[in-house]
Design a protein around this ligand. Structure first.
Ligand code: ZN
Length: 174
């Protein structure tokens, strides 16, 4: 198995899916192309390009406090993060954010506005963060979550992704 990126659990190295060339079925070789690591086919020259991985999260506020979920999965098992997750291929990103919040907390929400798009050098994940509005429901821990709660920005619990702190602070600063 390949090595997982620490912040997001995405494979950074070749996995069983990209061991063979999609064009000629030749054995791929892990190579560096223009300084970026990519599998290359020595037989036909085919280069396999890895796409970024799109994730989305939602900031939901109530009385100045922000909703966080305590994760029941890796990465960040037992730590807190904004509710969210990966966007499915073909899915509208705003709908993915609403879906993830529903799956994790049982809240019906809608997207109010885009907060920002966040990426880091070396990380495969691109995170799209929205500010949302709660339409209906009381938060409860559901799929892949062991606890849900609202936190004041100055009193955030231990976070799975440190950048959530800056994202939330930036959101509340405007
Ligand atoms: Zn090939």
């Amino acid at each position: 198995m390949g090595q997982l990126h620490g912040c997001c659990g995405i494979f950074l190295e070749m996995t069983t899916e990209d061991r063979y060339c999609p064009q000629c079925a030749g054995r791929l070789r892990d190579s560096s192309v223009e300084g970026v690591r990519r599998p290359v086919c020595p037989d036909c020259g085919r280069i396999v390009y890895y796409d970024p991985k799109l994730a989305t999260a939602m900031i939901l506020e109530r009385g100045g406090a922000v909703l966080l979920v305590r994760r029941a999965t890796e990465p960040g098992l037992g730590l807190w993060s904004l509710p969210g997750g990966y966007v499915d291929r073909g899915e509208v990103v705003e709908e993915a954010a609403v879906r993830e919040v529903w799956e994790e907390t049982g809240l019906r929400t809608r997207v109010a506005r885009l907060v920002g798009v966040f990426s880091e050098k070396g990380s495969p994940v691109v995170l799209v963060v929205y500010a949302g509005e709660i339409l209906e429901g009381e938060p409860q821990a559901r799929e892949e979550v062991m606890e849900v709660d609202f936190f004041d920005v100055g009193e955030m619990p231990p976070l799975a992704f440190e950048r959530d702190r800056d994202i939330v602070a930036g959101r509340l600063g405007d």
